[in-house]
Design a protein around this ligand. Structure first.
Ligand code: PFF
Length: 469
């Protein structure tokens, strides 16, 4: 059977933006920004998106388009080594773990969407006690049920294939998300107290950045990878359905810019609303969106309508990301074991359904996976993908980067290769080890030294294995 491809370039871009724009932008981004002091975090996050995110996207794109395979097959075929296939397998495993918690949050969103749609907003148990409502529904049998429905919707799109499922679905969902979110942002700006929200989000205070930037690196990097869908192989798999004629650098930049724009737009909805209702944005943790905003909608005159639109947007964003996560293990089974798409989707969804049940019943497990486990796996995954690009593929990556790119962009290829092979891995190793708490044990500069050492050794080993091959 011939492998499917995207019907159009726009289709690929929208699917990739659809993957990037998700709960990371609307749920995790405001929560992270609030927890880390607002605009200082935003600034560092933006820098990481440009300096690590765009080159990182290109890394996954180059591997995927070159090999035209899932992460396991791609790394194995391009290197001729089984060891590298394991790195691809890490991506497949990460995707499976990731979707098992993502789908639980998707289930919450689905529930809030339906509750708003049916006008429960403003009535008990919603009004007055949004916090109690969230605690009552977030973990337990009902959370399991909504997780399963959300996963079912995701599977229904993926089973229809690359063109008729993913491409068509994202082509319909993405414009709706942008239009609705822009409308909501305008409306949020008319609320009393909105100004305080903008100030928190956008006023830039150089002294907090100077005082805290080292502490903000790890959370900002984690957020940047999560929001750009980097490190599990989603972007690798999406690029594996591409033709040769397309400029990967141009597409990577477009995707990062659109994703950031939607993130900022979401902030322009969320922060003015929280401030206009006097909800402290940093206080709610992962529940902030549900508690703060659902509480807000309950007190507003047109709350049911606004709530429906808002949770509708978030639901579409979550779905268009969930399909991209599910596609990784599905592509693996289809490519490597010649399973039909239907069987592959069924098998993978079964495993994720079970994992999600565990997460939906155990809030401590959920918190651990949604936070540290996912951050660590994505960072490690991207680190290894980029070492592969820089040292194993080397000149091949440079050649692939140049295909379809304009003359000016093509000149950046070698610089990019060394950047993704040296500076970025050191940075990712640093955030990985800091995220694991190593800096508390041996101090920050020792962690930097370890990160450099790890990268140099890895580069030497991989560089040799290429010459030997
Ligand atoms: N980028 C998605 C979001 O912001 O919600 C989440 C995500 C998708 C992360 C795919 C990682 C991934 F591989």
């Amino acid at each position: 059977m011939t492998r499917e491809t995207w019907a159009t370039r726009l289709g690929f871009i929208l699917a990739a933006v659809g993957s990037a724009v998700g709960l990371g932008n609307v749920w995790r981004f405001p929560w992270m920004t609030a927890q880390n002091g607002g605009s200082a975090f935003l600034l560092i996050y933006l820098a990481i998106v440009i300096l690590v995110g765009v080159p990182g996207l290109l890394g996954e794109f180059v591997i995927g388009r070159r090999a035209k395979r899932n992460p396991v097959g791609a790394l194995r075929d391009l290197s001729g080594s089984r060891g590298w296939a394991l790195v691809g397998a890490l991506g497949v495993a990460t995707a499976t773990v990731l979707l098992s918690f993502y789908s639980v949050v998707g289930g919450w969103i689905l529930r809030y969407f339906l509750e708003s749609l049916y006008g429960f907003v403003g009535t008990a148990p919603y009004a007055g006690e949004p916090g109690a409502h969230f605690s009552a529904i977030s973990f337990g049998p009902e959370a399991v049920a909504f997780h399963l429905v959300f996963l079912g919707l995701t599977a229904a799109i993926v089973v229809s294939g690359v063109r008729r499922g993913i491409e068509l679905g994202t082509k319909l969902m993405m414009p709706a998300i942008v239009v609705l979110l822009a409308g909501l942002a305008v409306w949020a700006g008319t609320q009393d107290g909105a100004l305080a929200g903008y100030e928190f989000f956008l006023s830039f205070d150089a002294s907090t950045v100077r005082a805290n930037w080292l502490d903000l690196l790890a959370p900002a990097a984690g957020q940047a990878l999560f929001t750009l869908s980097l490190g599990a192989g989603t972007m690798l798999v999406y690029a594996s359905y591409l033709g040769e004629d397309q400029s990967l650098p141009a597409d990577a930049t477009t995707i990062a810019v659109l994703n950031t724009a939607v993130g900022v737009l979401a902030g322009l909805v969320v922060f003015p609303l929280l401030f206009s209702l006097g909800v402290e944005p940093g206080s709610g943790g992962p529940g902030a969106l549900f508690v703060g905003l659902a509480g807000a909608f309950a007190t507003l005159p047109a709350g049911a309508l606004i709530g429906t639109l808002f949770f509708g947007v978030v639901l579409l964003a979550a779905l268009s990301s969930a399909i991209s996560i599910l596609e990784i293990p599905v592509a693996f089974l289809v490519d490597e074991f010649a399973l039909s798409r239907r069987t592959a989707v069924g098998a993978v969804s079964g495993v994720i359904a079970l994992g999600g049940v565990a997460n939906a019943l155990q809030s401590s497990l959920f918190g651990f996976i949604a936070g540290q486990v996912v951050d660590t796996l994505l960072t490690l995954g991207l680190l290894l993908f980029l070492l592969f690009v820089g040292w194993q593929l080397g000149p091949v990556a440079v050649e692939e980067f140049r295909k379809g790119a304009g003359a000016t962009t093509a000149r950046l290829a070698t610089t990019w290769r060394y950047f993704v092979g040296t500076v970025i891995p050191v940075f990712l190793a640093f955030t990985l080890l800091t995220g694991l708490g190593l800096d508390g044990m041996i101090g920050r500069w020792a962690v930097v030294a370890v990160a450099v050492a790890v990268t140099v050794v890895a580069a030497a080993v991989f560089n040799r294995s290429r010459t030997a091959a």
